[in-house]
Design a protein around this ligand. Structure first.
Ligand SMILES: Cc1cc2nc3c(=O)[nH]c(=O)nc-3n(C[C@H](O)[C@H](O)[C@H](O)COP(=O)(O)OP(=O)(O)OC[C@H]3O[C@@H](n4cnc5c(N)ncnc54)[C@H](O)[C@@H]3O)c2cc1C
Length: 823
């Protein structure tokens, strides 16, 4: 009886916590439990009375807000204010920038999947699609990557002009200012397509549309600034760049030593109030060719010309290149990806106040402006570039593996090759899903700073993984550079994508969870804000609400983690039936486990979690994988649940679940408070760790998607540059790939005939002849086999160059123009 009572109590408490019952329900359940306890058992009055008295006191203490605030919350509040980590203004502004979206849902431990699935599928307008099919296609054709990267070290004059004339620099500028006014999706599709043809061209187009004068003016510019500069930027009459980084301020951009002083000076022949600037910047993309510099610096007002304050903070200005004192034009050699990039300096450069972005109203707001713009831009440019590279590897390295034969069979059939090929295909599917989901959020007006950091980090890392795998698969044909090599430059560009817009180690270690923990958690930011409220009474009331909400939240995630851990997610609701239903259930489990672990880490480590970067990184990894897997499931639904995509979905979800599990296990192993870490491990994985690396079967099925022509391969690689004119390498590979699929059964017949001793010829040509004579194959089949031999050779050949004396004269087989390359 007692055991039954105890089990029933645990079950009720568990259920109430799981479903997040409100205070009233808890009190009612508690009272009902006590009533059953006193009426239904032979408990004596001297036990029952104290139990009732203590219970009533507890209910009054916790259930009546006024009493609770006074005796429970107030001491807690005082303590919280004392231990709350100090927050710099820069951190505060970073935290306030942007919005939270699906990331916050994942943080609840019980994501509302319907909310995700209700988001409209990605859709391009007719004008956007036409721009992609016409102008972007033409620009891709103009961008001869080998010519750009090896011979000219720059885009051709024609390509530059075309970019300016056709509005590629004004993709984000609204039509009223003469721009394209494109959606985030269209902007990303343009960059992705260009990246699949020429990364240098893609970077050139993406930078003015990302963080720079255009975006800053759109958000903060004065009416005059907008109407003067935006049409000029949209028409390509101005080439913009944005200069924040310098030798002494890289990742720690808030530490820029560059200085502006408010003073009077001469501007266009008149004495006006303005700013005298001194700066030293480096790594500035488009800097060497820019006409308009967006400049970040710290502003000072030593003569108090603007007001009382002397140190005004980070401020942004627009500096025309030809302003006296500006020194610009040198270039850095950024690996072999020669987009325009270089240093610049300014010595006593004077600009009037109207050149400050947003005018005097935005003085000192520069850091917030940058972080807000970055929250959007980071979700578009580099993810698009990464997916462009992943799709190129999926399509053309997959094709190469089907065409290239060793040991008499296509290399794609070797298990050793299936493993990296599956990774390329499935990671590309996952990257593209995350890209489009994020763009969907941006296009409904969100500006999710944590998600944009997630996609920046994970998509560039997966790009690295895909291209490294592609290089391994393609062997020498990936290594020897020349017009025939479609992946070599993408390989060289990786460190650039990893470093820019927030270097990856920093993004993983400090930003994703560092920001996410406060931004996305349903209660932590509210607690912080309550503690900072200058009105103590209101602060206490807000803290009381947040702290008790937080307690309920932790209890709920405790109950959910254990229940879902015991059942491995089974019995939890799913928004869909069919093959992906189980993944929704498992993500529910991981979301609860993540939310609980995040709370335990925050509660035990407090402010020092910020310095425990590796713990923070692992929590960020779980949040990121939750996001990436949600994106995969959403994409599968948006595409109409095609069976042919299931191998990629299975690989991506299986891999992500395994990675979440391993990140949590590593977190538990390294949490400093050991007993709590053991307990946490027991709650989250009560029946052990179920996930492993993807199986050989799952790998094989995923690899096959890119080894054969088909709708799944087309969907996976949609949007990249293709052209059926045979002067393009892409067309040559595609033609050979399609023929390889057609002749595969004929080659198999030939192989089996040789093995059975029916054909004795030593080489391929004589075997074909014999097979024809013996009636094993038809004349048409023999012709196709011969044609395949020719095309296969065309695809496996790499470029080579003549060598004269101490210099290579690089004259690629298909290039008419030789170029000199000093060695
Ligand atoms: C090709 C290129 C183009 C660029 N274009 C522009 C541009 O147009 N405009 C512009 O303003 N800037 C630009 N940048 C700057 C870029 O965005 C980075 O901010 C900058 O390169 C980072 O500085 P750094 O290279 O000196 O690295 P550092 O800041 O010295 O970082 C070195 C390493 O330390 C890591 N690290 C730093 N802090 C931490 C931390 N707290 N925890 C863990 N790890 C940490 C970083 O992740 C990195 O791995 C460009 C850079 C490059 C290379």
């Amino acid at each position: 009886m007692w055991i039954f009572g105890l089990l029933l109590t645990i079950a009720v408490v568990w259920a109430l916590a799981y479903w997040g019952a409100g205070t009233g329900v808890w009190i009612a359940a508690f009272a009902a439990g006590l009533a059953v306890f006193t009426a239904g058992t032979d408990v004596t009055w001297y036990v029952a009375v104290p139990v009732w008295a203590i219970s009533t006191a507890l209910v009054l203490l916790l259930g009546v807000p006024r009493i609770r605030r006074r005796y429970v919350t107030a001491p807690l509040f005082r303590q919280f204010r004392k231990v709350m980590p100090p927050m710099s203004q820069t951190e505060q502004e970073a935290l306030e920038a942007g919005t939270v979206w699906w990331d916050a849902e994942l943080f609840t431990g019980k994501p509302d999947w319907q909310r995700l699935l209700n988001l409209p599928p990605p859709h391009l307008s007719r004008a956007e699609q036409e721009f992609l099919d016409n102008e972007t296609q033409t620009l891709c054709e103009l961008l001869d990557d080998w010519q750009v990267t090896h011979e000219d070290k720059d885009l051709s004059a024609d390509a530059w002009q075309y970019i300016k004339d056709k509005g590629f620099f004004g993709l984000i500028i609204p039509e009223e200012y003469g721009g394209k006014g494109f959606s985030a999706l269209a902007h990303s599709e343009v960059v992705m397509k260009l990246a699949s043809r020429c990364i240098t061209g893609a970077v050139t187009v993406m930078v003015p549309n990302s963080l720079g004068p255009g975006k800053l003016l759109l958000h903060y510019g004065t009416r005059e600034q907008k109407s003067y500069y935006l049409p000029r930027l949209a028409r390509g009459e101005e080439v913009p760049c944005f200069a924040l980084t310098g030798p002494d301020a890289g990742s720690d951009a808030g530490a820029i030593p560059d200085r502006g002083e408010v003073c009077y000076g001469e501007w266009q022949g008149e004495q006006v109030l303005g700013v005298r600037l001194n700066w030293e910047k480096r790594y500035i993309t488009l800097g060497p060719v820019c006409t308009l510099l967006g400049l970040a610096f710290k502003l000072y007002d030593p003569e108090h010309l603007l007001g009382e304050k002397e140190e005004l903070g980070v401020t942004l200005a627009l500096v025309p290149r030809d302003t006296p004192g500006v020194s610009i034009g040198d270039r850095h050699v950024t690996l072999d990806i020669p987009f325009q990039n270089g240093p610049n300096t300014g010595r006593d450069v004077f600009v009037p106040m109207q050149q400050l972005v947003g005018g005097t109203a935005y003085v000192g707001q520069g850091w917030r402006m940058l972080v807000e713009c970055l929250a959007e831009g980071r979700g578009i440019s580099l993810p698009a570039l990464s997916v462009g590279a992943g799709k190129t590897a999926s399509r053309f390295t997959g094709a190469y593996a089907a065409i290239r034969r060793q040991f008499n069979i296509p290399i794609g059939r070797f298990e050793g090759i299936e493993e990296p090929l599956a990774r390329i295909a499935a990671l590309t599917y996952q990257m593209d899903a995350a890209r489009t989901l994020t763009l969907g959020a941006l296009d409904i007006g969100e500006s999710p700073s944590v998600i944009s950091a997630i996609v920046k980090y994970h998509l560039t890392e997966k790009y690295r993984r895909c291209i490294n795998d592609a290089m391994d698969i393609q062997g020498g044909s990936g290594i020897c550079l020349g017009p025939s090599n479609l992946i070599g430059r993408a390989y060289q560009a990786i460190p650039i994508a990893i470093t820019v817009e927030g270097a990856n180690i920093l993004t993983r270690s400090m930003i994703i969870f560092g920001q996410g923990a406060v931004r996305c958690h349903p209660w932590v930011l509210k607690e912080f804000q309550a503690a900072q409220n200058p009105d103590p009474a209101r602060g206490l009331a807000e803290f009381d609400h947040a702290a008790f909400g937080h307690v309920g939240f932790v209890l709920g995630n405790f109950a959910r983690s254990l229940f879902l851990g015991l059942t491995r997610g089974r019995f939890s609701g799913t928004p869909v039936d069919g093959p992906t239903a189980r993944y929704f259930q498992q993500l529910h489990w991981m979301s609860a486990a993540f939310a609980l672990s995040a709370d335990v880490a925050m509660m035990t480590l407090g402010g020092s979690l910020k310095r425990k970067e590796r713990l923070s990184a692992r929590l960020g990894d779980v949040l990121s994988e939750l996001y990436l897997t949600s994106a995969v499931l959403k994409r599968f639904e948006d595409d109409g649940r095609p069976d042919t995509d299931l191998p990629l979905v299975n690989w991506a979800c299986g891999n992500s679940l395994y990675r979440m599990q391993e990140s949590l296990r590593l977190l538990f192993r390294n949490l400093p408070f050991r007993p709590l870490a053991w307990l946490l491990r027991l709650i989250v994985f009560p029946t052990g760790a179920p996930y492993t690396e993807t199986s050989d079967r799952v790998d094989r099925e995923a690899a096959r998607v890119v080894l054969k022509p088909g709708e799944a391969r087309e969907r996976l690689t949609r949007g990249i540059f293709l052209n059926d004119q045979l002067r393009f390498r892409q067309a040559q590979i595609e033609r050979a790939f399609l023929l390889a699929a057609r002749v595969e059964p004929i080659e198999k017949t030939l192989r089996e005939s040789v093995r059975a001793g029916l054909l004795r010829g030593r080489d391929f040509a004589s075997q074909v002849e014999e097979a024809l004579a013996e009636g094993i194959i038809t004349r048409a089949e023999a012709a196709e086999l011969e044609q395949m031999q020719i095309l296969r050779r065309e695809v496996i050949m790499v470029d080579s160059y003549a060598q004269y004396g101490k210099r290579f004269v690089l004259a690629p087989a298909r290039s008419k123009k030789p170029a000199i390359y000093a060695v």
